[in-house]
Design a protein around this ligand. Structure first.
Ligand code: ANZ
Ligand code: ZN
Length: 869
C-alpha cells in the first residue's frame, strides 16, 4: 500500500523541489549537533496548572542542559487553540472565541515566562491562526487526493451535550464522551473519515521499533489497533445461489462444529430480511441498544447457510453479541469451543445437542467439559482428512484449502476504525470541500486556501453556526462555476495537533506546511514529553499523519519508517494534598483548617477548626471539589521560579505521579540559600587567577574532595543525558553544595580549588535553577575579573588515586580500629609497623605491654595474635 501511494507522490515532489529555504534553520549545517525536545502544546484555557509546570520544567531543564553541551536545541511552544471550551466560553459570555483564545494565550505565555521556560518563541504557532489551518486544510486535501479522506454515511457517536459527533477514540469504555462525560448516542449521519486503517499494519508493525517508548503506551496502542490474524470463510446461502455470508474467525479449525451463523443487528442481510419479516424488524428495534454481552438471538426463518467444507446446512441468526463494526459483522457459531457461542446456544436452542470436534491431546475425551476452549488438541473423527492434526496445524491447512476452493482464506483484521473527523461545531478548521449538484464533492482549489472561518457575532447555541451563514455556505463550484454549497463541518482538533511538530521546524513557510529539508533533517523528535492521557488518541493520529506525509514523499526520516517521535516520556500526574474530615469523609477547604507551625518539630500541624481534630491527609488528583488545587502563579510568586522548579523535579521521578507538598519546599529553599551564601564566602577569598583545570600535587583531603565531586558530576551528566532521573539531579546538587561547603568551612582544600569547584557548581545547577545560577555567578564575579566561560558544561575529570590507605587493625580476630596512613606503611617491616602503631592512642590501648605471638600483614589488614591475658 505504501508503494501504491508513492506512485501518487507528485505532490511530494513538488514540495521537495519548491521548498523555500527554512528561514530559521538556514544557518545550520548537516553536521552540527541538533536535538529536538518537545513538550505537548497546551490548550489555551487561560491558566497553567501544575501539570503544565511539571512538563515544561522537565523539557526546559533538558533543553538548557543540551544547550550548555553545545547542542543546537529546538524547544518550541505553541497553542492547541481550536476546540470546544473557547466556543462554550464565547456562547456563555457573548464574545468572539478568537478574542478569548488570544487573551488566554497572552496570559499563559506570561506564566511560562514566570517559570523561566526558555522556548523558541520565534517558532510559536497557534492552530487557530489562518496561517496554520491553511495547511491543516492542505493536508486534508492531500489525504482526499489519495483517497484517504472520504465521506460516508455511518452510524456515529453523537454527544448530546456538546451537540457534535465524536470519534470512536473519544468515547470511553462506559460509552461516555471524553469531553462532556455525556452518554453517547448512536446516529446515522453522513460524515468525513480519514483512512487511518490503511496504515493499520504499519502502525502496529513499527511499534516494535520504538524502543524508547514506555511499554505501557505501546501496548495500549497495540491493543487499540487490535491486529488479529485469522480466516475469512464464505458460507453460501441456499435458495439464492449467488448470495453468501462471510465470517471472520481466528479458529477456522472449529468449522466442523459450526452449528449456526450469527449476524450483527446492522448486518446488511439482517436489514434486508427485516423489510419482509415484521418480527425481525421488532427484534432489531428492541435490541439495538443492548450491551454487547447480552446473548439474544432471532432466527432468520427463511435462510440456511452451507458449510463450505462439510456441506452441512445450518441456521442463521441475528444476534446481539455480534459487533457490527468488526470483521465481517458475522460469526460462525461454535457452541462446543467458544464461551460466547456456548452461552448463545443454550439460551436460544436449549436442549439441542452440541457437537465438539476437538479433544485433549492426551487422556480421555470425556475430561473435556464444554465449552472446551483449549488449543493444544487433536481433531476427532468428525474432522475428515484433518483428523489427528493439532489445532494449529489444522488451522493453517484449512485456511489454505478454503483459499484454494475460493471460499475464504487467511485474513488480517483490525479493531481500529477509520478516523471520523467531522465536527458540527464552529471553532475548528473548516473542511475545504464544496458540494455541487452536478460535480459532487469538489475540493477547494489550493489557491483558495485557507477557507477562512467567518467571524460570528454573538455565538448563541451549541451546534454548528456555519450552516446558518449564507455568505459562507453559498459559493460557486470551482469545477463548473454553478452555485454550490460549502461543507460546514469543521475538523476534529486532533487533526490540528497531528502535524504541529512539523510546522515548528519551518513555521514561516507561506507556501507549504513545511519544507522537505527542514522536516527530514530534524525529525523524528528526539524527546517528546507529555501526558499519558494522550497515549492513544494524539499519539496514534500523529503517527498516522507522519506516515502518510512520509508515504507521499513530504519528508524522509533517518530510518524510513516515518515515526515522528523517537523517545516518549509520559510524565506522571501532579496530585494535591487533600484534607479529609475523619468524621464524615468530606473534603475540607483551607478555610476549614488551622495551620499551626510547630517550630520544634520543624513541621506544620493542622487541625480542623470546628472539631479540633486532625484531618486525614491523602494525595489526589487536583480538582475544585477536593479543594486541593495549587495555583502555579501563587507558588512561583511566593517561592520564586527556581525553588518551584527544583522542588517539582526533586519530589518524584518524572514518570511517576507526584505528591505536591508545599511544606517540603523549605528543604529546597535552604539549599538555595546555602548555595548563595557559599558563593559570597568563596568570592571573598583572595584568589587572583584561576584555571578550571585541577592543579597537580593535590593533598589527600583535596584528592578525596576531587573524587567526590567528579562522581557527582558524572552522576548529574548521566541523569540528564541517559536516565532522565531528574530527581537524582537535584539531590546530587545538594550533595555537591554540601561537600563544597564542608571543604570551604574546614579549610581542607586550597582556595583556588574551592573557587574552581564553585564555578562548576554554578554551571551544573543552571538547567534547573537558572536564575539562582546567574545570581551566584554575579556574586562570585563581583570585583573580580576572572575570565571564565560560565555557560559550558564542566568536563568530567578522571578520579585521582590517593597516597594514603586505610589499614584495619585486628586483634585476636576482632576488628579494633582503622589507621589511615601512607600506602607503603607495611614496607617498613614488622618492627617499625608495631612501633608506629604504639604511638597511636588506639595502638597503645590494644597492643601496649602485650605479648604479641604473631603478626599477619595482608593488603589492608594487620592482624595480631596475642598471648592469653
Ligand atoms: C469461530 C470461533 C470458534 C471463534 C472458537 C472463536 C473460538 P479476535 O481475536 O478479536 O479477532 N468474532 C468475529 N467477528 C466478530 C464480531 N463482529 N463480533 C463478535 N465476535 C466476532 O476474535 C475473533 C473471534 O471473535 C472469531 O473467531 C469469532 O469467533 C469472533 F472456538 O470464530 B471465532
Ligand atoms: Zn460543479
Amino acid at each position: 500500500k505504501l508503494a501504491a501511494t508513492k506512485n501518487l507522490n507528485q505532490l511530494g515532489e513538488k514540495w521537495k523541489s519548491k521548498t523555500l529555504q527554512p528561514t530559521i534553520l538556514s544557518n545550520r549545517n548537516k553536521n552540527d549537533r541538533g536535538i529536538y525536545i518537545l513538550s505537548q502544546f497546551p490548550y489555551p484555557s487561560g491558566t497553567l496548572h501544575m501539570g503544565h509546570v511539571r512538563v515544561y520544567v522537565i523539557s526546559d531543564s533538558l533543553s538548557r542542559f543540551y544547550r550548555q553541551n553545545g547542542y543546537n536545541v529546538i524547544h518550541p511552544m505553541g497553542w492547541d487553540a481550536f476546540g470546544l471550551p473557547a466556543e462554550n466560553a464565547a456562547i456563555d459570555r457573548g464574545i468572539d472565541p478568537a478574542d478569548w483564545t488570544r487573551t488566554n494565550i497572552f496570559k499563559m505565555k506570561a506564566q511560562m515566562g514566570n517559570m523561566l521556560a526558555s522556548f523558541d518563541w520565534q517558532r510559536e504557532l497557534a492552530t487557530c491562526d489562518p496561517e496554520y489551518y491553511k495547511f491543516t486544510q492542505m493536508i486534508f486535501l492531500e489525504l482526499f487526493k489519495h483517497g484517504m479522506a472520504y465521506r460516508k454515511e455511518a452510524e456515529i457517536n453523537w454527544d448530546p451535550v456538546d451537540k457534535t459527533v465524536l470519534a470512536n477514540e473519544q468515547v470511553d469504555s462506559n460509552g461516555r464522551s471524553w469531553r462532556s462525560g455525556a452518554v453517547v448516542q448512536k446516529k446515522q449521519l453522513s460524515q468525513w473519515f480519514l483512512g487511518i486503517t490503511q496504515f493499520a499494519h504499519e502502525l502496529n508493525r513499527d511499534l516494535k521499533m520504538l524502543t524508547k517508548w514506555p511499554t505501557k503506551v505501546k501496548s495500549m496502542q497495540r491493543h487499540w489497533i487490535g491486529e488479529s490474524h485469522g480466516t475469512q470463510i464464505s458460507f453460501a446461502i441456499d435458495k439464492t445461489e449467488h448470495e453468501h455470508i462471510d465470517v471472520f474467525t481466528t479458529r477456522c479449525e472449529t468449522i466442523f462444529s459450526a452449528q449456526y451463523l450469527a449476524l450483527a443487528i446492522n448486518h446488511p442481510l439482517v436489514k434486508k430480511y427485516a423489510t419482509s419479516d415484521p418480527s425481525l424488524h421488532d427484534f432489531i428495534n428492541e435490541n439495538k441498544d443492548l450491551p454487547k454481552d447480552s446473548k439474544r438471538g432471532h432466527l432468520l426463518a427463511s435462510v440456511l447457510a452451507e458449510n463450505p467444507l462439510t456441506g452441512l446446512k445450518i441456521p442463521v441468526y441475528a444476534a446481539t453479541y455480534v459487533l457490527g463494526e468488526y470483521g465481517e459483522s458475522a460469526v460462525m457459531g461454535v457452541p462446543a469451543h467458544d464461551e460466547r457461542d456456548y452461552e448463545f446456544w443454550n439460551q436460544n436452542c436449549p436442549g439441542k445437542p452440541i457437537v465438539p470436534c476437538l479433544e485433549p491431546t492426551n487422556g480421555c475425551p470425556d475430561s473435556a467439559t464444554l465449552p472446551y476452549t483449549a488449543r493444544d488438541t487433536l481433531m476427532g473423527s468428525i474432522a475428515g482428512v484433518y483428523k489427528g492434526l493439532s489445532s494449529q496445524e489444522a488451522r493453517q491447512k484449512i485456511s489454505e484449502n478454503l483459499q484454494a476452493l475460493y471460499v475464504g482464506g487467511p485474513k488480517v483484521q483490525y479493531r481500529l476504525r477509520d478516523w471520523l473527523i467531522s465536527r458540527q461545531r464552529y471553532w475548528g478548521a473548516p473542511i475545504p470541500i464544496i458540494h455541487c449538484d452536478d460535480c459532487g464533492i469538489v475540493p477547494v482549489p489550493e489557491r483558495d486556501l485557507p477557507v477562512v472561518l467567518p467571524t460570528v457575532k454573538g455565538l448563541k447555541s451549541k451546534g454548528n453556526p456555519l450552516s446558518q451563514i449564507p455568505e459562507f455556505v453559498n459559493v460557486n463550484c470551482p469545477s463548473c462555476g454553478k452555485p454550490a454549497k460549502r461543507e460546514t463541518d469543521t475538523m476534529d482538533t486532533f487533526m490540528d495537533s497531528s502535524w504541529y511538530y512539523f510546522r515548528y521546524l519551518d513555521p514561516k513557510n507561506r507556501q507549504f506546511p513545511f519544507g522537505f529539508e527542514a522536516a527530514s533533517k530534524h525529525l523524528p523528535v528526539d524527546l517528546y514529553i507529555g501526558g499519558v492521557e494522550h497515549a492513544i488518541l494524539h499519539m496514534l493520529y500523529s503517527r498516522f499523519i507522519a506516515k502518510f506525509l512520509g508515504s507521499i514523499g513530504m519528508w524522509e526520516g533517518s530510518s524510513n519508517n516515518f515515526e515522528p517521535f523517537k523517545q516518549l516520556v509520559t510524565q506522571g500526574m501532579v496530585q494535591g494534598k487533600t484534607y479529609i474530615d475523619p468524621d464524615n469523609g468530606g473534603f475540607l477547604k483551607p478555610s476549614d483548617l488551622e495551620f499551626l507551625s510547630n517550630s520544634e518539630l520543624k513541621q506544620e500541624k493542622v487541625v480542623i477548626k470546628a472539631s479540633g481534630k486532625e484531618p486525614r491527609i491523602s494525595f489526589e488528583k487536583m480538582s475544585k471539589s477536593k479543594h486541593n488545587g495549587v495555583d502555579p502563579n501563587k507558588i512561583i510568586g511566593k517561592y520564586g521560579p527556581d525553588a518551584v522548579r527544583a522542588h517539582i523535579l526533586f519530589l518524584a521521578p518524572i514518570s511517576e505521579s507526584l505528591n505536591w507538598d508545599e511544606s517540603k519546599i523549605v528543604g529546597v529553599e535552604r539549599w538555595l540559600h546555602k548555595l548563595l551564601n557559599l558563593s559570597s564566602i568563596v568570592a571573598a577569598k583572595d584568589v587572583h587567577k584561576v584555571d578550571l583545570k585541577t592543579p597537580p600535587n593535590l593533598n589527600d583531603a583535596e584528592i578525596k574532595f576531587h573524587n567526590e565531586i567528579q562522581k557527582l558530576l558524572k552522576s548529574i551528566t548521566d541523569s540528564f543525558s541517559n536516565s532522565l532521573s531528574l530527581n537524582t539531579v537535584v539531590s546530587d546538587y545538594m550533595k555537591f553544595t554540601n561537600a563544597l561547603d564542608e571543604a570551604v568551612k574546614t579549610n581542607v582544600v586550597r582556595d583556588s580549588i574551592a573557587l574552581q569547584n564553585m564555578q562548576k557548581l554554578i554551571k551544573v545547577i543552571y538547567p534547573v535553577v537558572p536564575s539562582i545560577s546567574e545570581e551566584a555567578r554575579e556574586i562570585l564575579n563581583q570585583g573580580q575579573n576572572w575570565n571564565w566561560d560560565s555557560n559550558s558544561w564542566p568536563h568530567n575529570e578522571p578520579l585521582i588515586e590517593s597516597n594514603t590507605m586505610d589499614f584495619q587493625i585486628v586483634v585476636n580476630g576482632k576488628a579494633r580500629f582503622i589507621y589511615s596512613t601512607r600506602k607503603d606503611f607495611l614496607d617498613a617491616g614488622t618492627e617499625k609497623v608495631i612501633a608506629e602503631l604504639l604511638t597511636l592512642p588506639n595502638g597503645a590501648k590494644y597492643l601496649a605491654k602485650k605479648d604479641i605471638r604473631k603478626i599477619i600483614m595482608k593488603k589492608r589488614v594487620i592482624s595480631f595474635i596475642l598471648a592469653d591475658g
